[in-house]
Design a protein around this ligand. Sequence first.
Ligand code: F1P
Length: 329
Amino acid sequence: MSLTLKEITDQKHELKTFFENFVINFPSRDIFEEIERKLSDEVLFIGCGSSYNLALTLSRYFERVLKIRAKAFPAGEVAFEKIPEIKGKLAFLFSRTGNTTEVLLANNILRKMSCKTVGITIEEDSKLAKESDFPLVFPIEENAVVMTKSFNMILLSLMFMVDTISGLDVTSYRELVDYSEKFFDLSWKTIEAIDLKRYRHFVFLGMAEFHGISLESALKCIEMSLTFSEAYSTLEYRHGPKALVDENVLIFVQKVSGMDDQEKRLKEELESLGATVLEIGEDGDVPISNEWRSAFLRTIPAQILGYQKAFSSGISPDRPPHLEKTVTL
Ligand code: F1P
């Protein structure tokens, strides 16, 4: 079996054990208190590639729940000092492998600016784990070049953390985690029923946190299946990008609460232009709650799509051309 497919499929069961063994005990760990103490009016979120998409998604959720300012930057912009000078803030740096050059350089720069850095990774022996002020090493094993389950597990953990800090009731996380196996199977069935050979262009639409999810969805399809894929904040798609719509385009819309009418009209418009449109969310083609907390499950359909499209095109998702697991400069 493809290693990437194995790691995508692991989520069917691993999300549950990870939630029980790690996520719900997270608030009792020292690092949790440290983060809570250092939170101030503005926090930074930094990463590259999928880890940047993770940073973007989380920055929106921190802002929403904690009502503080949260800015996300690609690590390269911080590493080469292309952002305004920032002093004394808390910065979350994301790198699955913990050795991506720009993230390590960003860590050095931020520490020089008297920022405190939280190094989020799954590799205990990585440089990020050693060089950040507060290493946060997740107990996740992921070896494929393409980042899949670790994105969702880290997202789940940090959204749970923010809600716990804010004193919110966190019971719906358990319901979502319990639904993960069924959601995976429904996603698989939905994608399997599509004649993927027909589509040459994938589009992912979502708002706020779900825009980050859409960017990550597009990246998965590019990396695994080498298909032209792009993502936009849902209604932005009508402002130019829809010029490329035809019958070779498959569009996924991440549904958001309170947007049923607009989403329905958008779907009708895009279908009238020839596209196939599938909705992820309440009453959608792949049903799931519309709450922001469901973000940690919402890349799964695209992870499956990327794999299945690669398979149907005779491409190995385990060996994406030109990509390395860790990018070093
Ligand atoms: C970042 C990253 C991956 C991407 C690719 C290259 O890695 O951009 O997201 O899939 O393999 O590296 P990391 O800093 O999270 O280890």
